[in-house]
Design a protein around this ligand. Sequence first.
Ligand code: C2E
Ligand code: CA
Ligand code: CA
Length: 427
Amino acid sequence: MKTSPGHDFKLNFHQLRTSYAKDAVIFRESDPRDNAYIIEKGEVEISTQRGGKKVPLVRLGPGEVFGETALMGPGRRSATAIATEATEVFTISPDILRGRIMDMDPLVGLLMSLLINRYRRWRYVSPDDAAKAGPVQREEENLSAVEHGDAFMQDLNRQKETALAELRMAQEITRAIENNQFVPHIQPIVSLPERKIAGFEALIRWHHPEKGLIPPLEFIPIAERTQVVWDLDMLMLKRACEIVPKLQNEMGGDNRRLYVSVNLSGVHFDSEDLSGRIGGIVKESGVDPSQIVLEITESALMGDPAVASTVLKDIRALGLRIALDDFGTGYSSLGYLHRFSIDILKIDRAFVQEIQSNKKSLDIVRAIVSLAKTFDLSIVAEGIENENEISALAALGCDCGQGYLFSKPLPADEALAFVRESVKKYG
Ligand code: C2E
Ligand code: CA
Ligand code: CA
């Protein structure tokens, strides 16, 4: 998940604050357009010249925007802006806006491009404008802005395409759920260094009738933005509950209990009834709740830590366990760990990959392991691809590992076979 865009928003605007003395001209009619402005303090008068006389149009105060046509394309100012008292403004350059627009939800981008295009067309035919500037000049000015398409409009148009593609995809996902096209592939998690099976992680796959097997990164982010991720995650939870007894059976009875972990998108955390829904599914399946683990990321907790903390407590009260996924990549403010009810830390693949080549990664893993021990958490290292990584991780005291070295994520039937083989080989 991305870091909060709200943060750099403030930073940019802070840097671009300008003060004007009373009667200072901010821009003049027929100046080239550059920026738009938001009034922080003071007052600005917008006026125009008619027949050599100043005609005041409007006075604007704190929170109001002026000069916004600069954001919509090249051209010249059609009015003058003067500070009528000591005034402070934030400058919004087209570049800042463009950056923000590319960051936002494509659907918002789509609506914005629609509104801006309408606004431009409306200005184009505005009788007031036409009378003032003369029809020929206005026509040229507006056509050049629209036809040549400044970078801003190009970005908006790209957003529009993305938005449409996402809406189509969201609809396709909903249909694919009805048609049972989503299945979990499950990847073993084993003890280190013995390699005894501890559990599995369920990873969603889309069996698309035309496109084949689609990996989650191609649809989960879209599913998150369009809310359908909830249905996907609850579906995976159901599938996980179904497969636990089958896997356990292959272990040869109940002597060692394995678990299946399920990924839970962070966007669920503002839903009041998260634990209720999860509890309902687990109960209905009849599976022992301690054999289900929910994997969440740090960013999910950081949205509203107080709410997240309550949700996690409720989930644990149901008997399920919680794993913190991709640990080390997000906020990783180690101080908050004690605030949340967590059972397992999953160390991100990025650190495991570099554990031999990069001393810093080794130090980070060592710190995470010792921290986990302090809080009595078990640790799973993700993305183990070679034997040397096993020895390095085991030496640091890392309990469990997951990665291609042991197995790629497997379809359910192959996973059952894997359990049989593994128990024979490693116990
Ligand atoms: P994740 O939860 O961090 O899952 C681990 C990813 O690493 C999986 O990718 C897995 O196939 C891959 N992986 C495992 N071992 C290795 C290894 O040794 N080397 C390498 N290079 N990769 C390894 P996958 O299945 O493509 O899933 C990607 C992400 O999609 C997951 O990352 C998770 O964030 C998300 N995801 C998967 N299934 C679900 C789901 O049911 N619900 C939600 N909300 N997200 C899901
Ligand atoms: Ca995961
Ligand atoms: Ca992970």
